[in-house]
Design a protein around this ligand. Structure first.
Ligand code: M6R
Length: 362
């Protein structure tokens, strides 16, 4: 039931603060991350290979930054349909990790079967605990998102990120790269996240206003750097999926290697950039866009908005957050801009044309 919301998607976006708080609690005992004993020892492996499709793939791309930076673990991320036929070499000191909301995605399941008997172990991160992918894994970690009805994945994405971040933090401690005090700090930040989500949800009118303008465009570009690059990809997927507007995402640094040729006054450019270590770099890309008449919609925090100057077309201000956690918070504007653009276009938000919730054929 939609609990009074017009669409399942709106409900699933709005319930994220509660769902995320519960999903976090499910894995914590005080400042200890509680994970199954059957998980591999991350200190004894050389590589993590992550495989998924669609939004789950973007969750993996995000987690790559976390596992590399926090746990100093080399990570490879691939799309399941490419991975399975490329048949890449998998060493015995590799953990193979599969992420899937439904746990039934045909390509992801085939990629998992390919890794059996080759990898050290098969781990999955799923929403449906009794799914094929969960059953065929050595260890299945539930994301605790609850049933997700909307075809566009929203709360499952943030709950995938939550589980993957906890796993990266666990690996960081196990590999001796992070102290217990540092872990306690990060968990404290994670506990505060649902509150920040609520503040961000209150900014919905600004996002709706930008989205109504964006809905008039034929093409939209998303830009982000570092942890914001996978979020840009997710924002573009959400927008094209439910509003049918052509959207593309690029790592900001790639702008001058091609996509800048697209920029004119008709192409809104959504820039996702909290004021972090990479902010100045992104701002300079943003200025290149504005110098060519591009309309920038900047999604940032208060410090970022101030530093960006007055020429920005639209600004969405989110609360400041520990840089490691920014992907979870910045998922919200990615979802809400797509949602409001779809409303403006009058499309079927929960059941977009040509798409199915679970892709069980390749
Ligand atoms: O059930 P899965 O997580 O394996 O599904 C993967 C993709 O099909 C899915 O994330 C798809 O991209 C969503 N519709 C995106 O919103």
């Amino acid at each position: 039931d939609k609990a009074g919301y017009k669409h399942f998607m709106a409900k699933e976006i709005a319930e994220q603060p509660t769902v995320l708080a519960d999903a976090l609690r499910a894995y914590l005992d005080g400042n200890t991350i509680v994970l199954p004993d059957t998980l591999p020892d991350f200190a004894k492996i050389d590589r993590l290979t992550m495989v998924a499709c669609g939004t789950a793939f973007y969750a993996c791309l995000t987690a790559k930054y976390w596992f590399e930076q926090l746990a100093q673990l080399p990570v490879e991320v691939d799309i399941a349909s490419e991975f399975r036929y490329r048949e890449p070499p998998i060493t015995a000191r590799t953990v193979a990790l599969f992420v899937s909301q439904s746990g039934e995605t045909a390509d992801t399941l085939a990629a998992l079967r390919y890794c059996k008997g080759k990898a050290d172990s098969i781990v999955s991160v799923v929403n449906v605990a009794e799914s094929s992918i969960a059953r065929e894994s050595d260890v299945a970690l539930p994301i605790h998102a609850g049933v997700e009805v909307g075809v566009a994945s929203t709360k499952a994405f943030t709950c995938q990120l939550n589980t993957l971040l906890l796993l990266a933090l666990h690996a960081a401690v196990q590999r001796g790269v992070m102290s217990h005090d540092e872990l306690a700090d990060k968990l404290g930040e994670l506990r505060a996240l649902p509150g920040l989500f609520n503040v961000a949800l209150d900014r919905d009118p600004t996002m709706a206003d930008a989205a109504h303008k964006i809905a008039e465009a034929r093409d939209v570009l998303f830009l982000g750097r570092g942890l914001m690059y996978p979020l840009a990809l997710e924002g573009a997927l959400k927008l094209k999926e439910i509003s049918y507007i052509h959207a593309e995402a690029y790592a900001s640094g790639e702008l001058k290697h091609g996509p800048i040729a697209l920029i004119d006054k008709n192409v809104p450019v959504i820039v996702m950039a909290p004021r972090d270590a990479l902010f100045e770099k992104t701002v300079s890309n943003m200025q290149e866009v504005m110098a060519r008449g591009g309309k920038v919609c900047l999604i940032t925090d208060a410090a970022g908005a101030e530093a960006a100057g007055a020429d920005v077309w639209r600004t969405v201000i989110l609360p400041a957050v520990d840089p490691i956690l920014s992907p979870l918070l910045y998922a919200l504007p990615a979802q809400l801009i797509a949602y409001h653009a779809a409303i403006a276009k009058g499309t079927d938000v929960d059941q977009p044309r040509n798409l199915a919730k679970s892709v069980t054929v390749e």
